[in-house]
Design a protein around this ligand. Structure first.
Ligand code: SF4
Length: 265
């Protein structure tokens, strides 16, 4: 049986069934640091658990001397973020190695350089979890938190992981004002979560494209409107071919930063 294991503040393990990765089962987690710690012990997707751990043992030759993280990768950034960036899933030899979103691979090189250019990161590089990188008012997460084979999670794995994103949005909601979604997979995954988390998502659902911008009205009294931006994903497939240039990414991030109140002083 698939199992999720959360750790209490005292450090004891508490197993949950796979169907336990739900909003209700995570409702007792009241801070993002607790959520991140619990997430790092999740084992709900058998295929992804096998893959992430196998990659961590076999390793890429260039990283043979390193200890891979090999676990679910939590979101990265402050708990009072006004801007959320939503990707796809950790890369096998990037975040699955370093334990931090978009850290240690070419996609991250592009993303963090752009975040630094627009004033949302204190440095342009993201090499490892202890490199001093800090984000300003910005958090980075993913709809699937474990590295998938060929960077392709299944719809079922996306749905299983949804509970973590649900709760993350709940905890960020008081300060959250804008979201940048990197790629169509993240867009498809996020909109239903936003609809369930208290924002009014139009029907039919807005279609993903680079540069698309959608304002979602609050559907609950404890929510405020949220502006959602789309950008092509920072995958090598897009950046090496010029489909996504640094200038295109910076422009979307700049607009989102302004919408989130994180523009230049
Ligand atoms: S993808 Fe999400 S739900 Fe599946 S094992 Fe990883 S953290 Fe758990």
């Amino acid at each position: 049986m698939c199992r999720v294991v959360t750790r209490s503040s005292a450090g004891s393990s508490r197993p949950l069934s796979a169907e336990g990765v739900s909003h209700s089962s995570l409702a007792t987690i009241n801070t993002l640091s607790q959520l991140d710690a619990a997430l790092a012990n999740c084992r709900a997707c058998p295929r992804l658990v096998t893959w992430r751990e196998r990659v961590a043992i076999e390793k890429r030759a260039a990283y043979a001397g390193q200890t891979y993280w090999g676990r679910p990768v939590p979101g990265f950034g402050p708990a009072d973020a006004a801007l959320l960036i939503v990707g796809l899933a950790p890369a096998a030899h990037g975040a699955n190695r370093t334990g931090r979103m978009f850290t240690g691979d070419r996609s991250g090189d592009v993303l963090y350089a752009a975040l630094h250019t627009v004033g949302l990161a204190n440095q342009p590089t993201s090499m490892h979890a202890g490199d001093g990188l800090a984000l300003r008012g910005t958090r980075i997460t993913a709809p699937v938190h474990c590295a998938p084979p060929e960077n392709k999670p299944t719809p079922g794995e996306r749905d299983t992981c949804r509970g973590w994103l649900d709760r993350e949005l709940d905890l960020l909601a008081p300060t959250l004002r804008a979201v940048v979604v990197l790629g169509g997979f993240g867009w498809q995954a996020l909109l239903p979560v936003l609809a369930g988390a208290g924002w009014a998502v139009p029907r039919p659902r807005p279609v993903f494209s680079h540069g698309v911008q959608v304002t979602l009205d609050a559907a609950r009294p404890d929510r405020v409107p949220l502006i959602v931006f789309g950008s092509y994903h920072v995958s090598q497939q897009n950046t090496f071919t010029g489909r996504l240039t640094p200038a295109m990414l910076c422009e979307v991030l700049r607009q989102a930063a302004n919408a989130a109140g994180l523009g230049p002083d």
